[in-house]
Design a protein around this ligand. Structure first.
Ligand code: SF4
Length: 374
């Protein structure tokens, strides 16, 4: 196990203080924080991350509903149970009626946003009964019915479909690289193009959408890769950034064994908060369920994902079923944990205000970047 001497302890405290003060800190120093294992050092890091969260968000937290409506996918990502060649899972494609019923339930439960997620399903990208694709029809209907902000997580899609969805008023586009190490990217996402994924995010932003980026831990990323990815996300200026640990599931084996420490995800969340204090950072229920929520909030997360209604046969991403049918992915179960952490659920107005103001500032930023480039 990694242990640090007293001298190293004061070094890590010093690095944390400098990060919190937005001083210039070298990547190697930040990387050192990813190997913290002593309680007092981790507590110190997490406390700094929570102070950074409070400075931008007070004690409020946002909560997202998650609607995985098609588990069909044309891709074959090694880390994902929904990959094309996995024959060990039963797949589904929900009907419009089933999707709207689940969306209604999420709205009634009080979530701030509905995350519409699917594998890269060509059937969904094809034209439906109108001039729109089936995917666009679903997004349009869910938005109209719930009047909630919507996040689209469909993987890489045709750019004209994406811009059409932006014009329809969809607020968010989520598309994860999972790593900025291009060699590892190729291993994890065989046959996919790193730049094409980045381009989709940039096009979404140019058309006024907010963008979520994400990285996967425990699937081959070294500490140095993780820090490189964090700096890349900071440089790109994404609006929401997530780190999630790889979870073993049916039919999923990774090419290489990975010995990352169990607490790496929490340390990464804290570093994200210190490096990007003003953005949204999820605490996902998808990895460890409800029992893993407190530690992610303690590390500086400020969005709880993913609330999933029971009895609808809906899956999660990393864990297909954890806590779902037991109704533990619900706001009633989340609220006491927030309270214990001294946090509370934001109002819908507060969430909308954050989204509107972030979109205005992102728009202003890309307009000035365009002027500089012209
Ligand atoms: S991660 Fe997404 S694109 Fe890759 S196989 Fe899974 S659902 Fe498909």
């Amino acid at each position: 196990m990694f242990t640090v001497s007293k001298k190293n302890t004061s070094l890590s405290f010093d690095i944390i203080d400098r990060l919190a003060a937005h001083d210039d800190v070298g990547k190697k120093d930040v990387e050192l924080l990813l190997s913290l294992s002593k309680k007092d050092e981790i507590d110190y890091l997490f406390a700094a991350a929570r102070r950074a969260r409070t400075a931008y968000f007070g004690n409020t937290v946002f909560i997202y509903g998650f609607l995985y409506f098609s588990t069909h996918c044309r891709n074959d990502c090694h880390f994902c149970q929904y990959r094309r060649t996995n024959t060990e899972i039963r797949r589904y494609r929900k009907t419009m009626e089933e999707i709207l019923t689940a969306a209604d339930e999420m709205k009634q439960s009080g979530v701030h946003l509905i995350d519409l997620t699917m594998g890269e399903d060509p059937w969904m990208f094809a034209r439906g009964s109108s001039r729109l694709s089936r995917f666009s029809e679903i997004a349009e209907q869910v938005k109209k019915r719930t009047e909630l902000p919507v996040m689209l997580s469909p993987g890489v899609m045709e750019l004209n479909q994406l811009t059409e969805l932006a014009r329809m008023g969809m607020e968010w586009f989520a598309c994860y690289q999972e790593t900025y190490n291009r060699v590892l990217f190729k291993e994890l996402r065989p046959g996919q193009d790193f730049e094409k994924r980045m381009l989709a995010k940039n096009v979404a932003r140019e058309h006024g959408m907010l963008v979520e980026e994400g990285i996967l831990l425990g699937a081959g990323s070294s500490p140095s890769d993780i820090i490189d990815s964090l700096y890349a996300m900071k440089r790109e200026g994404f609006d929401q950034v997530r780190a999630m640990r790889f979870v073993e599931s049916k039919g999923v084996t990774l090419p290489a064994a990975d010995n990352s420490p169990a607490n790496q995800e929490f340390l990464t969340i804290a570093l994200m908060r210190l490096l990007m204090p003003e953005v949204l950072i999820p605490a996902s229920l998808d990895v460890d369920g409800l029992k893993g929520l407190s530690v992610r909030l303690a590390a500086g997360a400020n969005v709880v994902t993913s609330v999933v209604p029971p009895d609808r046969g809906l899956a999660g991403v990393a864990n297909a079923s954890l806590d779902i049918e037991e109704s533990r992915r619900s706001i009633e179960q989340i609220l006491p944990i927030l309270k214990e952490a001294g946090l509370e659920m934001a109002s819908h107005e507060e969430y909308q205000t954050w989204v509107d103001s972030r979109r205005r500032s992102s728009g202003a930023k890309s307009a000035s970047e365009n002027r500089r480039c012209a």
